[in-house]
Design a protein around this ligand. Sequence first.
Ligand code: ATP
Ligand code: MG
Length: 139
Amino acid sequence: MAGNITFTMIKPDAVKAGNIGNVLAMVNNAGFRIKAMKYTKLSAEKAGEFYAVHKERPFYGELVEFMSSGPIVAAVLEKDNAVEDYRKLIGATNPAEAADGTIRKLYATSIGENAVHGADSDENALIEANFHFAGTEMF
Ligand code: ATP
Ligand code: MG
């Protein structure tokens, strides 16, 4: 199963801009099945824990503040080759470098406020899915 799921968040900037529906339509149209989904808000503590791998980076404080600044949509998505295909759909971290037609090209405003998160490996997808959802919340 690991190769078939990825984890995503629609970040506070895209939620505030009213783009939940637009992002989810792109996710659906790209062939991902929604396995779990919730509309929620991360505390600064939870956001810090989620992005702990970036603790030493200069943008960590800003990232934690941004990710806890408003509601997000968290979701587990299923598809063959989910992690890689989803990273392709969202585009490069910096929207200025994101390919045309990608979610970040369309909806991100800066490298920090970049509309969506996508897991970067099968292992992390599973860790991140379990960070946000109980087994009974995934279908
Ligand atoms: P994500 O993990 O959110 O899907 P990513 O894998 O494309 O993004 P990472 O290198 O994991 O990129 O960085 C995590 C997040 O930290 C980025 O999505 C962005 O919000 C923020 N970030 C990364 N680099 C910078 C930077 N140079 N300045 C400000 N924020 C940054
Ligand atoms: Mg990442």
